[in-house]
Design a protein around this ligand. Structure first.
Ligand SMILES: NC(=O)c1ccc[n+]([C@@H]2O[C@H](COP(=O)([O-])OP(=O)(O)OC[C@H]3O[C@@H](n4cnc5c(N)ncnc54)[C@H](OP(=O)(O)O)[C@@H]3O)[C@@H](O)[C@H]2O)c1
Length: 738
């Protein structure tokens, strides 16, 4: 402390950045220089002079050691060459001209990698309340890392008793705390770490139920499956890359991935491409980036709770302490090879009672000319006779079907399917409870492409593979010809899962939904009032949760789902931009569906730049129908707190090797939520949706564009056309009309 009129001057060793880093950081990228410091806050300023006691080594500061001049999102500005690095640390106030701090106060917060730091924004410092616990804990379990673990697990992960939790980098600063919180919350927790010694520590010290050394596993997905055979409810991801890909394959329905960090990526020039994102749709998984800066409002509560756990012996702490500022560069670099065991920190000076050592998201109809065949007329007559109940013996009709000829790899072609002629009894067989439908309209939906391939690798699939030679199946609109089910009568108009054939015997009639708005075109129940409309509504309203003024981006915007999302966006008071694969569709978006702007993604050379042009202030909600490169480009353009509603990934459905999504790291600083959803989980809101949507259509607030082909023979080409964008609007096949 300055004790005379002239302030005392002390030497001040600092760790400075020597050069900007590309690839893995080395000790040589930093150097320790000796400077001097006046031990008094300069007159006329409001600042706090700190003597730094402990510096925290955190992986995130690696990002600040590279030069970013490409406009990418960064959590904090790049360090300047020759200036001291900065991070969270623990210090003692030497001098203060800020009314809230006095000399002698013990604090933690952002400080320099130096012996003394003049903190010019002292409001960012937090007073240490539990001086009865090791002060070093405020670099870890009671500081930023502890708060990160707590916010990630408790606030974002929202654990329930009995949940299966997986934690990567589990022996590290964040990981060790998450594991112990998981046990306190009554969960089953498995950790991965990069050394047998650490695996041991996880099981013996931190109470992990199981753990594995990821460096000695040849198949990470199999290792996770071995430890968590029933899957993962919560994955706290600190490493990203291949571990995230493996975890995605093992997530349970409704699972949550909290992206805390992606340390495996911080030193790579070209990020790992994450390939298993499609799983998040099938299993309705939420991936949420956590930026701890958004949680300082709960710090006080957290500090008390965590201090209590430590004192009660419910949370053990492992620190890896190195001594002296000269040790800091090696300690930081060691994080990326896993040299540290537990929270890595650097002790610069100790308070007396401290101890050294390791303590640890119009109707335009295109008719293909097709008149009703003789067979069709006969079938209709037979059906009519049957309905009149004029025959003792059930009439039999011919039944044309679209069947799968062979399992598909790569792009589906018309020749993968064939139309065969079968016969059908026009009455429900005696003794069964079923409904016989005359199919009126078949819906063409991209998702059924998945059922046309053979899956024998245990991969998650939305529905079983089709059988060779059997009729394809999908949502459709039909009329009940005969029924032995008490809730359904001959003559009823229904929609639901049916076969790609003229007549279908529905053996689970509970899945059929009666059509209420018969004053609207029945075909709408394949689209805007059926599964696709519900998809758009649930995805946008329930998952996207729009606010007035939000900036919304929709891909495959002229399609069945996309056109509805765009119009719902306008109803919700948002600004909406759509992408589509032809100028004709772009025009439709702007003139028919009220999109504020639109672009043809096929004529853009740089999708991220196209989005930047349309959204100079970024995107609040991206409703993703296509995945792949468009998703990657959107991730770069998301705003703070943005939501990616992952509805579909049509660009991926015909690929053998999925596109690797590279920009997931962006979800962490911007706390973006990437949430897959499956319309199957939203049928409980169907009745409300149907009324609301029918209202919008009648009021003219929602316009419908359909692409209708005639006759079952047209179905294979219509389905295949979805993947080249041949369809304009909702693709459907008309078999018979009411
Ligand atoms: N999560 C759920 O529960 C759920 C339910 C229903 C549908 N979905 C998904 O929602 C998405 C839209 O389905 P939809 O029924 O509305 O289909 P759609 O948009 O009417 O038809 C598909 C459109 O996708 C575009 N497309 C095809 N290949 C593409 C590619 N490689 N890259 C970019 N765009 C491509 C084409 O339009 P362009 O001319 O614009 O390229 C095509 O017209 C699909 O991914 C589907 O799987 C999900």
């Amino acid at each position: 402390m300055a004790d005379g009129k002239e302030a005392a001057v002390a030497t001040n060793k600092k760790v400075v950045l020597k050069r900007y880093v590309t690839g893995f950081a080395t000790e040589e990228d930093m150097e320790v220089v000796v400077d001097t410091v006046r031990l008094q806050v300069p007159e006329g300023s409001t600042a706090v002079l700190l003597k730094n006691l402990y510096l925290s080594c955190d992986p995130w500061i690696r990002g600040r050691m590279s030069k970013h001049d490409d406009g990418v999102a960064v959590p904090a500005p790049d360090f300047a060459i020759g200036e001291a690095l900065a991070n969270f640390g623990v210090g003692k106030v030497i001098d203060s001209t800020h009314p809230g701090f006095n000399a002698g106060d013990l604090v933690w917060g952002m400080s320099g990698w130096e012996e003394y730091t003049l903190v010019t924004q002292p409001e960012s410092l937090l007073k240490i309340n539990h001086t009865d616990l090791p002060l070093s804990y405020y670099t870890g379990v009671l500081g930023l890392t502890g708060l990160t673990a707590y916010a990630a697990f408790m606030e974002v992960g929202r654990p329930k008793r009995g949940d299966f939790v997986f934690v990567s980098a589990a022996a590290g600063a964040v990981g060790q705390v998450v594991g112990q919180l998981a046990k306190i919350a009554g969960c089953y927790v498995v950790g991965s770490a990069g050394a047998d010694e650490k695996v041991d520590l996880l099981k013996t010290k931190f109470g992990y139920d199981d753990a594995f050394n990821y460096k000695s596993e040849t198949d990470l997905a199999a290792a996770i499956k071995r430890c968590l055979p029933d899957g993962i409810d919560i994955y706290i991801d600190s490493v990203g890359g291949a571990t995230l890909d493996a975890a995605l394959l093992n997530m349970r329905q409704g699972g949550r991935v909290v992206a805390v960090g992606m340390i495996s990526q911080y030193n790579l020039e070209e990020p790992y491409g994450v390939r298993n994102l499609y799983d998040i749709i099938i299993k309705a998984i939420r991936i949420e980036g956590l930026n701890v800066n958004g949680y300082f409002n709960i710090y006080a509560r957290f500090e008390e709770e965590m201090a209590g756990y430590i004192k009660d012996g419910n949370v053990a702490v492992v620190e890896d302490v190195v001594e002296g500022i000269e040790s800091a560069p090696a300690a930081l670099v060691g994080l990326f090879s896993g040299r540290n065991v537990g929270k890595q920190l650097v002790a610069l000076a100790r308070e007396r009672r401290e101890h050294a050592g390791t303590t640890l998201t119009v109707t335009v109809r295109r008719h293909t000319q097709s008149s009703q065949s003789v067979a069709d007329q006969a079938i209709d007559q037979l059906a009519t006779q049957e309905m009149a109940g004029s025959d003792e013996e059930a009439a039999v009709a011919t039944n044309k079907k679209v069947v799968l000829k062979r399992y598909v790899t790569g792009f589906a072609v018309e020749d993968d399917m064939e139309v065969v002629v079968d016969t059908v009894g026009l009455r429900v067989p005696a003794g069964s409870t079923a409904v016989l439908l005359k199919n009126l309209y078949l819906s063409c939906d991209p998702w059924i492409r998945g059922r046309m391939s053979k899956h024998d690798d245990g991969a998650a699939v939305p529905a079983p593979d089709f059988a060779i030679g059997e009729a394809l199946a999908n949502f459709g609109v039909g009329k009940v010809i005969d029924s032995t089910h008490p809730g359904v009568n001959a003559g009823d108009l229904v929609w639901g899962m049916s076969g790609w054939e003229e007549y279908t015997l529905v053996t689970q009639p509970e899945s059929l939904i009666k059509i209420n708005h018969t004053e609207l075109p029945l075909s709408y129940y394949t689209g805007v009032l059926g599964m696709t409309g519900l998809t758009a509504y649930a995805g946008f309203m329930e998952v996207g949760r729009p606010k007035r003024g939000d900036f919304v981006f929709v891909s495959a915007a002229a399609g069945a789902v996309g056109q509805v999302v765009g119009q719902l966006s306008k109803i919700a008071g948002c600004y909406v931009v759509g992408s589509a694969g032809s100028d004709e569709k772009v025009d439709l978006l702007k003139t028919k569906f009220g999109f504020d702007d639109a672009f043809n993604y096929k004529s853009e050379t740089d999708l991220a730049a196209a989005l930047k042009r349309c959204f100079p202030d970024g995107i609040d909600i991206y409703f993703d129908n296509v995945g792949g490169a468009t998703l990657d480009a959107a991730l770069l353009n998301m705003r703070q707190g943005g939501r990616v509603v992952v509805c579909g990934m049509i660009s991926q459905y015909n690929l053998e090797e999925p596109y690797g999504v590279r920009n997931l790291l962006d979800i962490i600083p911007k706390a973006v939520r990437v949430e897959g959803f499956n319309v199957g989980g939203y049928f409980d809101i169907y009745a409300r949706f149907e009324e609301e949507m029918a209202g919008y259509i009648k009021e003219g607030k929602v316009t419908v564009v359909e692409d209708v082909v005639e006759g079952i023979e047209s179905a294979p080409a219509a389905l295949v056309g979805l993947f080249s964008g041949r369809n304009v609007g909702k693709q459907l096949v008309a078999l018979a009309r009411e």
